[in-house]
Design a protein around this ligand. Structure first.
Ligand SMILES: Cc1cc2nc3c(=O)[nH]c(=O)nc-3n(C[C@H](O)[C@H](O)[C@H](O)COP(=O)(O)O)c2cc1C
Length: 333
């Protein structure tokens, strides 16, 4: 079987509003090799939107980077694939799983994935016009019957998809509820291309469960890595892992935000980065007033003051609780 990713690869999912260059660098510091851009709207790219073009930035230090396209309009998808030919990516992934309103109302993402023929036709346009290896990311189409999902996968492969990531939840469940391992397993058994399993990985035990129950050796993690780049360190060597100490957490939060400021400029970095700050603090026992301050950061001076408070660490009560419940910081946003 042709493989895009070597055996036992762990991939950081495309995450809209998150997986920019500073975010990927943070994940890479903890051992993540396979990263994606955020999903890129084919129409915005085709129309030459400057902010969209910026999402294509690849750091000179990034050894492997995939790009993800979302769209439904044939001409714009084809044009977007051609624009991407001017850039270097290791994979071009086509998004057929996004459930959010602004995407599905245009007939793209998960809605397009529900129409196997239209999805395959769109993917074929991309494979015909792209110089990159093309893959797809889908959701399962039924929680009980593997057939619709297998049918979609078969058509995507016939249209040129070289690997397929399967998120084991249906569109109406968005990101909640159980992951249907058996449907992903059926896809792996029948597809004949590499199937990457996705859904619910928050730490070593959920990672082992997703691998074990789907039989997939290659896994994509998403929300479990939000505010938690240590996930990559944990999954590489679970037996030696311990969650970040408060000092390491503070250092990484500060470094991530400073890289955002260098990349976006101070004002935009702090506007975009507030949620990143809160993600690092969430579930880790920091006092509520600190989170409020984190949402009001405007200048690098505010940020420096804020970091002094973060460096005081979580409440002592929380540290006692964390020692008693070592799984405490394994959570999905
Ligand atoms: C905030 C957010 C943004 C996302 N953005 C994208 C995206 O741009 N492209 C995509 O294919 N999936 C996107 N997803 C879906 C994730 O890649 C992943 O499939 C989903 O979260 C399930 O994995 P998890 O249970 O490990 O989080 C996004 C999910 C979240 C929560």
């Amino acid at each position: 079987m042709n493989r895009i990713y070597p055996e036992n690869s762990l991939i950081l999912a495309p995450l809209s509003g998150y997986t920019d260059l500073p975010y990927r660098r943070s994940a890479r510091r903890f051992g993540c090799r396979y990263c994606f851009t955020e999903m890129i709207d084919a129409a915005s790219l085709a129309y030459g939107n400057a902010a969209t073009r910026r999402l294509l930035d690849r750091g000179a230090d990034e050894e492997w980077l995939g790009v993800q396209l979302v769209g439904s309009h044939p001409e714009r998808i084809g044009r977007a694939a051609e624009i991407l030919n001017q850039h270097d990516f290791d994979v071009l992934d086509f998004n057929l799983g996004c459930p959010v309103a602004k995407v599905v109302k245009k007939g793209a993402g998960a809605v397009l994935g529900e129409d196997a023929d239209a999805a395959a036709a769109a993917l074929e346009l991309i494979t015909n016009r792209s110089r990159h290896p093309v893959t797809a990311k889908i959701r399962i189409l039924s929680e009980t019957d593997p057939e619709p999902t297998l049918r979609l996968i078969k058509k995507l492969i016939a249209a040129g998809a070289q690997a397929i990531t399967v998120h084991g939840r249906i569109r109406s469940k968005f990101y909640s509820g159980p992951v249907h391992f058996d449907i992903i397993a059926a896809a792996r058994e029948t597809a004949g291309v590499q199937i990457i399993a996705n859904g619910g990985v928050t730490g070593a035990s959920t990672y082992a469960e997703l691998r074990g129950k789907t039989g997939c050796d290659t896994i994509m993690a998403a929300r479990g890595a939000i505010g938690n780049p240590w996930l990559f360190r944990e999954l590489a060597a679970p037996e030696n892992y311990s969650p970040p100490a408060p000092e390491e957490l503070s250092d990484e939060l500060e470094r991530h935000l400073r890289e955002m400021m260098a990349y976006y400029g101070e004002t935009r970095a702090l506007r975009v980065g507030r949620k990143v700050v809160l993600d690092y603090l969430r579930g880790r026992g920091f006092p509520g007033h600190l989170k409020e301050r984190g949402t009001a950061l405007l200048t690098s001076a505010d940020f420096a003051e804020f970091m002094k408070l973060v460096r005081q660490g979580p409440a002592a009560r929380y540290r006692r609780w964390q020692r008693a419940y070592p799984e405490a910081d394994r959570r999905l946003a």
